[in-house]
Write a new protein. Structure first.
Length: 165
């Protein structure tokens, strides 16, 4: 299978680039020459594999072009561009989490667990204190409705105290 080789200026014209830009790509080693000529398919693949990820966001890809997908198998090699893209995505997620934490939308799970434990303990202690506080009053009462009302008043008092700031 023979490869199709074209001149640098023909390649530049076909891509809508300047001749100087193609010469710069050749000089930087992004495009390889074969006897002074360029293999267009090979050159485009090389440029795409080394391209800055943000360039894909600036212009929509042609319908026939398929963007490279980050490897999912950890044994596959990760190229520089993919690694850089993954790093930038991670940084963006971390910045978002930090912003949401400072804005009060996120809280550390350990702090939530500690606060819930403290609130549960306060509720338990307050409820377990009812018999000590009400035993004498309830023992002297003979009317069941009055006993019920005294217990309800005590529970409401505890709950309103714990729900306050």
């Amino acid at each position: 299978m023979a490869m199709t080789l074209i001149s640098q200026s023909a390649f530049a014209k076909g891509q809508g680039w300047s001749r100087q830009y193609v010469a710069k790509l050749v000089k930087s080693g992004k495009i390889r020459l074969h006897n002074g000529k360029i293999n267009p398919e090979e050159a485009l693949k090389a440029i795409q594999s080394q391209a800055e990820p943000s360039t894909a966001l600036r212009k929509p890809p042609p319908q026939s072009e398929v963007l490279p997908v980050a490897p999912t198998d950890s044994r596959q090699a990760v190229d520089f561009v993919t690694a850089r893209t993954m790093r930038e995505a991670f940084r963006a997620k971390m910045a978002k989490m930090e912003y949401e934490e400072k804005a009060g939308k996120l809280t550390e799970a350990s702090k939530v667990r500690e606060d819930a434990y403290r609130a549960g303990r306060m509720l338990r202690d307050a409820l377990l204190g009812i018999p000590d506080r009400q035993a004498d009053v309830l023992a002297a009462e003979t009317d069941p409705r009055k006993v019920r009302q005294l217990l309800m008043d005590e529970l409401e008092s505890i709950l309103s105290e714990l729900s306050g700031p």
